[in-house]
Design a protein around this ligand. Structure first.
Ligand code: TYD
Ligand code: MG
Length: 457
């Protein structure tokens, strides 16, 4: 007689509990537990993949020295941005999770990448779209490939049966939320189902040395169970982000067992698919001709690449008692901190002003070196005086109003010079070992925010 086995899963972090609890002991969220059926046939303890692969011999311990290192060449995709983000191509046997909001362009990008791999037999498994829809999309990005195969299926059992027949060299699964394993009774997209299916693909990738890309949806907060709970199971986590109203998309590495996590790829979504952006700084700086107040250019480093970004600020008289602070692409608390620094160190009364801050192009910037540009944009809008368009900034602002040094300053200066800026304001703590005379651009070093103010206005 079979007994139905259920468990409760936190929909936020995937924590498993035998009974319902109000507050998750792991992530401290309230009311996130949902009962799910878990009926893994314990008798043989196998997964769908095992069922097809047959039993492998039991593993035994071995000396590390005994292990024969097989350096298998990486698969170099036709997409230079992806290769870079992965640390130099696709590693055989690796499992890569691509997380992103719905509609951001995950399916488009990976269909495109699959179609570009002319010499690799690629299987694209879609549980979301029909063959017709995928064909239409492929027509739209104007690509075709003899070595590219499609399978619209959600059951992992059927998927592995097809894989056995086809013997692909690369697998793309779109999306992990639609997969369904026969060994788990709960519905697709539930925590237990996602975890089981991902585990099957992980085992598959390790045993066959075939790389697997798993696409997963996340919400704006990035919290809904699913991709988050898989992060520790996969080798690489890529986040695909961007504002849907803008054309730019960023592919960021959050975790990478085979490369650096500081990498980043920039794409532009066009009518005919995704295009790598090779000169991002030039596109992100819009108005160079008109002198407008509230605009400052920051020389940031995103990933390994220097990137010049336009910061726009608007400071207006507040109508209501509580002034508003609205940001897009920047951390709100960081803005509040910078305003407090200006209030305290410079005597600017932002307490009676509404402040709006925007990073151009819909980008999200994490590099703290953008502080100085944010501060300058705020001051420029506050004074309603435009900052000359030939100046850019790179510096972090400390709590006492000091301008702190930032890393890789040479790279930032070189990029600013390349784009035709005439002055760059950096921290005076950066000048050690900096050969200013080497650059055509004038490098101005400053120690405090007051000096920046005096220089600009
Ligand atoms: P999609 O790849 O379906 O997103 P996801 O898989 O992340 O949910 O992309 C959806 C959007 O992309 C859709 O709004 C249409 C747009 N799009 C383009 O702008 N250009 C194109 O060439 C294609 C194929 C889609
Ligand atoms: Mg999709």
């Amino acid at each position: 007689m079979s007994k139905i086995k259920t468990a409760f899963f936190c929909q936020n972090c995937g924590y498993e509990s035998t009974k319902w609890v109000g507050k998750c002991p792991s992530c401290q969220q309230w009311n996130t537990f949902v009962e799910e059926l878990v009926q893994k046939e314990k008798g043989n303890g196998k997964s769908d993949w095992n069922a097809f692969n047959g039993d492998t011999s039991p593993k035994k311990t071995m000396q590390l020295a005994e292990v024969i290192a097989q350096e298998q060449p990486r698969i170099i995709s036709g997409d230079a941005e992806l290769n870079r983000v992965l640390g130099g191509g696709i590693v055989p046997g690796s499992i890569v999770l691509i997380a992103g909001e719905p509609g951001i362009g995950k399916s488009t990008l990976f269909l495109q990448i699959g179609l570009q791999l002319k010499n690799t037999k690629t299987l694209y498994i879609s549980g979301e779209e029909s063959e017709q829809q995928i064909k239409m999309r492929a027509d739209r990005i104007k690509a075709s490939n003899e070595n590219f195969y499609l399978l619209t299926e959600t059951s992992t059992q059927t998927i592995f049966a097809e894989i056995k027949k086809l013997k692909p060299q690369l697998l793309i699964v779109d999306s992990v939320q639609t997969l369904q394993s026969n060994f788990i009774d709960s519905s697709p997209g539930s925590v237990s189902q996602i975890r089981e299916c991902a585990a099957e693909f992980q085992q598959f990738a390790k045993e066959t040395n075939i790389p697997v890309f798993l696409i997963g949806h996340i919400t704006k907060e990035g919290s809904i169970a699913g991709p988050k709970i898989l992060e520790h199971m996969v080798d690489t986590v890529l986040q695909f982000e961007g504002d849907r109203h803008y054309a730019y998309r960023i592919l960021r590495t959050l975790k990478n067992r085979f490369g650096s996590t500081a990498e980043l790829g920039i794409y532009q979504m066009n009518d005919d698919g995704m295009h790598a952006v090779t000169n991002p700084s030039e596109i992100l700086i819009t108005q160079k001709e008109d002198a407008l107040s509230g605009i400052a250019i920051a020389a940031t480093i995103e990933g390994q690449r220097p990137l010049l970004i336009e910061v726009q600020a608007l400071v207006t008289q507040s109508v209501y008692g509580t002034p508003q602070r609205t940001v897009s692409g920047f951390d709100l608390r960081r803005l509040q901190l910078l305003l407090a620094v200006l209030e305290k160190r410079g005597g600017f009364h932002f307490g009676v002003k509404d402040v709006f801050l925007n990073i151009a192009g819909g980008l999200k910037v994490e590099d703290p070196s953008i502080d100085l540009a944010v501060l300058s944009a705020l001051l420029s809008s506050f004074e309603d005086v435009a900052i000359p368009h030939n100046i850019c900034f790179a510096g972090e602002v400390g709590l006492s109003g000091e301008i702190r040094a930032v890393n890789r300053i040479e790279q930032r200066i070189a990029e600013a010079q390349k784009l035709g800026f005439e002055k760059i304001i950096v921290s005076k703590y950066n000048q050690k070992g900096l050969a200013k005379q080497r650059y055509q651009i004038e490098v101005i070093t400053m120690g405090r925010v007051e000096e920046v103010y005096r220089h600009l206005f």
